[in-house]
Design a protein. Structure first.
Length: 211
C-alpha cells in the first residue's frame, strides 16, 4: 500500500463519519466534490480554482435550495469541476424543476445533472446504508492499483451509486465494475469527464514536479 493510500484510508473514514452526522440532520445537505481534506488537494485532477469554485457553488446551492425545497424534500448537492449533481427526493415535479433552475442561475455552474426523484423522503436507515456503501466503495478505490481514489467522487442515493471525476476510459470502467460488485449497490451511473492517457501523464508529471 502506498504512502498516499495509508494516509487516505483513515482520513476518508473520519470524513465519512462526519458526513453521516451532518446529512442525517437536515433536509438539504452538501456533498462538496474534491479532496477529503485540504492536504489531499494536490492529488485532485481539477485545478485549485475549480476546487474552490466547487465549494462555493455547493454552498450557494444549499442556501437557495433550503427555501426552494423546504422541509418537504431532501436534496444533496455535489459540485465537481463546475458541474452539479442533484440527488434526493422532492414532493412534486414542479419543485424538481425549480431546484434545477435555481442551481443553473449560480455563477460558474456549467451544467446541472438533475437526478432528484418525486418520492417520499428517505429515512435514517436508508441514508445510513448509502453512506456505508460510499465508505466501502471509497476503501475499495483506495486499494485499487488502477485508480487514483482522490480523482473520483462517489455519491450514493437509495442504493444508486453516482461516479464523478476526471478519469481515463480505462479508469472509468474499472471504477464502475468495482462499484457494481459492492453489496447493496442497485445501480451505477457514470458521470465522468474523460481525459486521454496523454493528459493523465501530463497531470502526473505536473504533480510530481510540485511534490
Amino acid at each position: 500500500m502506498s504512502k498516499w493510500q495509508r494516509m487516505a484510508r483513515p482520513v476518508a473514514t473520519i470524513a465519512l463519519a462526519g458526513a453521516l452526522a451532518v446529512s442525517l440532520q437536515g433536509c438539504v445537505g452538501i456533498v462538496v466534490g474534491g479532496a477529503v481534506v485540504g492536504g489531499l488537494a494536490a492529488t485532485d485532477r481539477r485545478t485549485l480554482g475549480a476546487q474552490t469554485e466547487d465549494k462555493e457553488i455547493a454552498l450557494k446551492a444549499n442556501s437557495r435550495l433550503s427555501s426552494t425545497v423546504g422541509d418537504a424534500g431532501h436534496v444533496d448537492v455535489t459540485s465537481y469541476n463546475r458541474k452539479v449533481l442533484l440527488t434526493g427526493e422532492v414532493k412534486d415535479e414542479k419543485t424538481r424543476q425549480a431546484a434545477e433552475q435555481e442551481v443553473k442561475q449560480i455563477t460558474g455552474v456549467q451544467a446541472v445533472m438533475n437526478e432528484l426523484e418525486v418520492v417520499g423522503i428517505s429515512n435514517f436507515g436508508s441514508r445510513s446504508n448509502d453512506l456505508f456503501i460510499t465508505s466501502k466503495l471509497s476503501a475499495t478505490f483506495i486499494d485499487s492499483r488502477d485508480l487514483n481514489a482522490n480523482s473520483i467522487k462517489i455519491v450514493t442515493e437509495r442504493g444508486t451509486v453516482y461516479l464523478l471525476g476526471r478519469v481515463t476510459e480505462h479508469e472509468g470502467k474499472v471504477a464502475a465494475d468495482l462499484a457494481s460488485g459492492v453489496s447493496g449497490v442497485t445501480r451505477v451511473v457514470k458521470m465522468f469527464e474523460y481525459i486521454t492517457d496523454e493528459e493523465l501523464k501530463e497531470m502526473n508529471a505536473a504533480q510530481g514536479a510540485r511534490s
